[in-house]
Design a protein around this ligand. Structure first.
Ligand SMILES: [Zn+2]
Length: 313
């Protein structure tokens, strides 16, 4: 599976260059040369119509022509982008780089370091809630500043994941590790419509008494519920049929702290969120009877803008 691009530039025979969408593009009525959407890049693309691959639907997209190569600074050149993200910065302490390039040249995205930074950020913002606003807000800014290089790096990876979607090219360029072990891609990444698979994964971890690891999951924020401590963004739920014969409605809820983060999330567009899910106690053991529906809330903490990216697919 090659890299799928939802948009392309079309150089028409008249010389006019326009942007075309994979969903609506028709080669017969729009002659010309398809080029990479990145202005700095002239890689030739081909159009792939929406089709079935086995049982799964493949959305219409543009893909690179077999011999085409992306420009070195093109944001769709996966290897170059990963190299750029992982280029070491002097601000990182030794062994604390969230992206580490291994001996085989594959970049490793070290989630434990990212989540350590997020946890510290969470603590500083929680302290902000406790009162004594002047002093605490200074602390928050200071904490934020120290952590920014770590989180920016994480944010760049998340944006890359969002831009490329689930592609083999991405998997061969970057590996995800947590607590020293490599996380299999399918355990880490949950695309649109995969909340059921995420729920199953959480149940497996719970059954084995294993701690929950971070995941990247596509959610669609719906509305905000304000509580004393944070703002909870309710996201679109998904229905899952379970063995007991009933239905489970899985509801992702983003607990945003500071609450202002919620404002940038609510507009029904899909977001890729990187977080550690917190299922509500008991919600992993629901057994709705046939015809009945039970609700399973999956809370996810969001303490930084660097934890989410728009999902453009
Ligand atoms: Zn390109």
């Amino acid at each position: 599976m090659a890299l799928k691009m939802p948009k392309a530039r079309l150089a028409e025979p008249s010389g006019v260059v326009t942007t075309v969408n994979a969903d609506s593009y028709d080669k017969a009525t729009r002659p010309g040369t398809l080029l990479c959407i990145d202005n700095r890049c002239d890689a030739r693309l081909k159009h792939v119509r929406r089709h079935l691959q086995g049982h799964s639907k493949v959305q219409a997209h543009f893909a690179r022509n077999p011999n085409a190569v992306h420009a070195r600074d093109c944001k769709f050149d996966v290897a170059a982008t990963v190299t750029r993200i992982s280029d070491r910065s002097k601000r990182f302490e030794p062994d604390r780089d969230p992206i580490d390039v291994g001996p085989d040249g594959t970049a490793v995205f070290r989630l434990n370091i990212v989540f350590e930074a997020l946890a510290n950020l969470g603590r500083t913002t929680v302290a902000d809630d406790a009162g004594d606003r002047d002093r605490e807000s200074v602390e928050t800014i200071a904490g934020d500043r120290t952590l920014t290089p770590y989180l920016r790096r994480a944010r760049a990876v998340l944006a890359l994941l969002a831009r490329l979607g689930d592609s083999d090219e991405l998997r061969s360029a970057i590996r995800i590790s947590y607590g020293g072990a490599v996380l299999p891609w399918q355990d880490f990444f949950y695309g649109p419509g995969e909340l059921g698979r995420l729920y199953d994964r959480l149940r497996v971890l719970d059954g084995r008494n294993k701690p929950i690891h971070p995941v990247a999951v596509v959610v669609r924020p719906k509305n905000v519920l304000n509580t004393v401590r944070d703002a909870v963004v309710n996201c679109k739920s998904e229905k899952l049929r379970v063995e007991s014969g009933g239905d489970l409605r899985i509801v992702p809820r983003l607990a945003c702290r500071p609450p202002a983060l919620a404002q940038s999330l609510v507009d029904l567009r899909p977001y890729l969120v990187c977080t550690i899910p917190r299922p509500r106690r008991g919600d992993l053991n629901l057994r709705p009877a046939p015809g009945a529906t039970a609700f399973a809330d999956v809370y996810m903490d969001v303490v930084s803008r660097n934890q989410f990216a728009l999902w453009p697919h």
